[in-house]
Design a protein around this ligand. Sequence first.
Ligand code: TMP
Length: 253
Amino acid sequence: MARRTKVYEGKAKVLYEGPEPGTLVQYFKDDATANNAEKHDVIDGKGVLNNRLSEFFMTGLNAIGVPTHFIRRINMREQLIRAVEIIPLEVVVRNVAAGSLSTRLGLEEGAALPRPIVEFYYKDDKLGDPLVCEEHIIAFGWAAQQDLDDMVALALRVNDFLSGVMLGVGIRLVDFKIEIGRVWEGDFQRLIIADEISPDSCRLWDMKTGQKLDKDVFRRDLGNLADAYTEVAKRLGVMPRNAGRVTKPTLIN
Ligand code: TMP
């Protein structure tokens, strides 16, 4: 049997060559990492949940005219995506102070921000993905001014969409990270949302209790990560409780 070609392996996903030119297969692993992979564990079912949740968010974004790389889900752990040229920047949008913003500026976690804040981090594991400003991005040629304007506009549209969807199921979207890629259509380039959108790359707090339903559960040892992600999936109607978990066969009397 022919073996498919692995194009890239990251901490939580693997990319394989797709069935047609310009496509890739994105495989979601169960691996969870934090602090630039200093902390690592394998969480049963996380890849299945993130595959379904990323499908849900990307499908919604495509439907409202925000272009993404998502084409279709193939199976429990894989989706067909458009190949893109990834811009080497993590784009973070924040609605509420938390995480590195709170640490850097001494803001109390949970303080509302006066407006959504868009930040850029240079994707480089060796440097620990440092925060960079527009001057760095332009000077070092990671993106052009027009790209930056488009990236901010895309990020804010994603923020409005995700905030609304989460509000509808009693969850506050505190912040999130997206990655953006270039695709070429004839002589024209277009920027589209790539990578994944899942509780791995968002901060999600229950509106009533403040309970964390995202990767901070793993980063800060707050409980079972798969249970938190399953709660998000269940509220969004994406999959029933425990559908992503490995369970033992049950004897029916
Ligand atoms: P931060 O507060 O640690 O800077 O994270 C901001 C948001 O970005 C949070 O939702 C987690 C997400 N994020 C990632 O998805 N990957 C990363 O490598 C980092 C640093 C943050």
